[in-house]
Design a protein around this ligand. Sequence first.
Ligand SMILES: O=C(O)CCC(=O)C(=O)O
Ligand SMILES: [Fe+2]
Length: 321
Amino acid sequence: MDLESGILCVDLSKDPKDLEEGSEGWKNLCKKVREACEEYGCFQVVYEKIPVELYEEMVMALRDLFDLPVETKQKNKSSKQPYSGYIGKADVVPLYESLGIEDAPILDMAQAFTDLMWPNGNPAFCKTINRMSQMVLELELLIRKMVFESYGIENYYDSNVKNSQCVLRVIKYDAPRHSDDDSTTMGLLSHTDKNILTVLYQQDLPGLEVLSKEGDEWFQVSPRHGTFTVLVGETLKALSNGRAHAVKHRVILRISEKERYSYGLFSAPKEDVMVEVPKELVDKDHPLLYRPFNYVDFFRFFYQNYTLENVLEVYAGVVVN
Ligand SMILES: O=C(O)CCC(=O)C(=O)O
Ligand SMILES: [Fe+2]
């Protein structure tokens, strides 16, 4: 099995025929994706469709963006979607800074964000984030389709896509400079994502770590060119009636002179739709675990009440039994 340091790797670039729906290769990929979602809650995916120069343009775009004054970045307020808005240099994670760009694959949305950050215009930035997020969304939709097919719920795929939206979250971690204290290398605390799927790119430096399902081992996810990391979120776990595993992950930085950039496309249900477990995934052996829920409530629920001590109570609020 092409397990690399505990993370399953799915190669979507090996044979174009594998991407023909219904082919043997496609069925094998779907099976592998399901296995990865259930056993690990994450996997790496090789996707060579994205042109090399777009990765480079993305680094320049991120540098440009994070170099803006904090007051400008703070103009990016979260409106409707969780994961949008500016988060900067919080006490618990002082090296972390990020901006969420709602529906960045839609040109008007990418343009609105660009106009907010650069009232005098920055067409190169707009084009880059729009193109990159379109390509990553294409990848996310492909994987989502594989997940739905692997569970035999492909007839829910179109409505699931129609009822979903996405945020491109771009992240910068300042270089940690001291090694005498663990907190100086903590980039992002251990958490699960609450959305459907996250498709993440680590631009240059390593840092992402995922916790084994058994909860006893952290695995480092190495950044590799053309390789994305897919993480199962709590909403996909709920949709699969608890079968898929929402993986805990964190970012531990290495002492270095270089800042770390990453970006992820987070797909999530639209705020006004109810998420329901497909009836096909409920049976005698798999009793219903989640009542229909609204994503924004689901998200707030985790974040307002969530501590390591009360994790079970938090689940009890959305879990039927
Ligand atoms: O920066 C990374 O590699 C991970 C970011 C992450 O987990 C998140 O934004 O939810
Ligand atoms: Fe995350």
